[in-house]
Design a protein around this ligand. Structure first.
Ligand code: NAG
Ligand code: NAG
Ligand code: NAG
Ligand code: NAG
Length: 267
């Protein structure tokens, strides 16, 4: 290359680096796909509530039976013998308007069998529903849990009274398990939400209002930066929230300096 060609090349490269770093917004790694959604509310400690599941500020907050946060992330789950940690009632869905809701989910994303929870714990995903009558509605959920019962894309939405799989909720609230509805499907009507413990009624009612009591709606999902509306309730933020900027600021400045040196040498 002649010096002037090299010079032009280096100038263009510098422009490219500067343009790329100023226009590429920082955000989480790109993850997307299609999924089926289910429901759960098992009153267990969320699976992302244990230490060491993913690179995060703190694991997902768990609560005791009285809904007070438990500071010991190694505390056993109420679902296991002798455990006391359960799902904080604040980790239920709520509607912002007719087309947008926030919530929490047990997630499974196929193709990541080596990483599993390390890949999704505390990540946030936008769900754009694709089946009627939810088509056109969107949720942003944080993965607080894992849907281990399938090896396919799955978002199981945390909905109080939305599904009954054990008697742990009865144990937590000192009520009959029938209050939480039928095995495999939960309560059957908006009126039944009235029987739930007060703190859980809004999320139960959300299902019959905003969510139209749909069964297994499908959605397109994509990873998004977690909003504080969700992280303030879990206390969990992933370390890779800003990972998508392809060049880190340090590498970018090193590249710019190196190419300026090349520019000077070629002049
Ligand atoms: C309830 O949970 C079970 C077990 O995970 C699941 O098979 C079922 O589809 C769920 N029901 C709903 C309505 O999501
Ligand atoms: C609903 O709320 C979301 C999130 O705040 C907002 O982006 C959207 O524009 C709102 N939609 C309507 C119809 O108000
Ligand atoms: C869905 O629920 C809304 C109330 O939130 C209601 O107005 C609408 O008719 C329902 N749609 C269907 C198809 O059930
Ligand atoms: C991501 O970047 C924003 C803006 O620079 C910053 O406030 C936030 O703390 C960063 N998040 C992480 C997890 O590093």
């Amino acid at each position: 290359m002649t010096p002037s060609l090299l010079r032009n090349f280096v100038v263009l490269f510098d422009l490219f680096v500067i343009l790329a770093t100023t226009t590429s917004a920082q955000g989480p790694p790109a993850v997307s796909g299609e999924t089926l959604t289910t429901r759960f509310w098992d009153c267990c400690k969320p699976s992302c509530g244990w230490n060491g599941k993913a690179s995060v500020t703190d694991p997902v907050r768990s609560c005791d039976k009285n809904d007070s946060p438990i500071n010991d992330f190694n505390a056993g789950s109420l679902c296991a013998e002798g455990g006391s940690a359960t799902t904080c009632t604040s980790q239920q869905p709520w509607a912002v308007n007719d087309t947008f809701s926030y919530g929490f989910a047990g997630v499974y994303i196929s193709g990541h069998d080596k990483e599993l929870e390390n890949f999704w714990c505390c990540a946030c995903y936008q769900l754009d529903f694709t089946s009627d009558p939810l088509k056109g509605k969107t949720m942003i959920v944080q993965a607080s849990n894992t849907a281990y019962d399938v090896k396919a894309n799955r978002f199981s939405l945390a909905v109080p009274g939305g599904n009954t799989t054990s008697d742990t909720c009865a144990k937590q609230f000192g009520v009959e398990q029938t209050v939480f509805g039928e095995m495999g499907s939960g309560v059957t009507s908006l009126e039944n939400c009235d029987s739930l413990p007060d703190a859980l009624k809004p999320g139960c009612e959300w299902r019959f209002n905003w969510f139209n009591d749909t069964l297994y709606p499908t959605a397109n999902f994509k990873r998004v930066t977690c909003p504080t509306e969700l992280t303030s309730k879990t206390g969990c933020i992933r370390k890779d929230e800003n990972a998508s900027s392809s060049l880190s600021p340090a590498i970018t400045s090193a590249l710019v300096v190196a190419s300026f040196v090349a520019l000077l040498l070629s002049a």
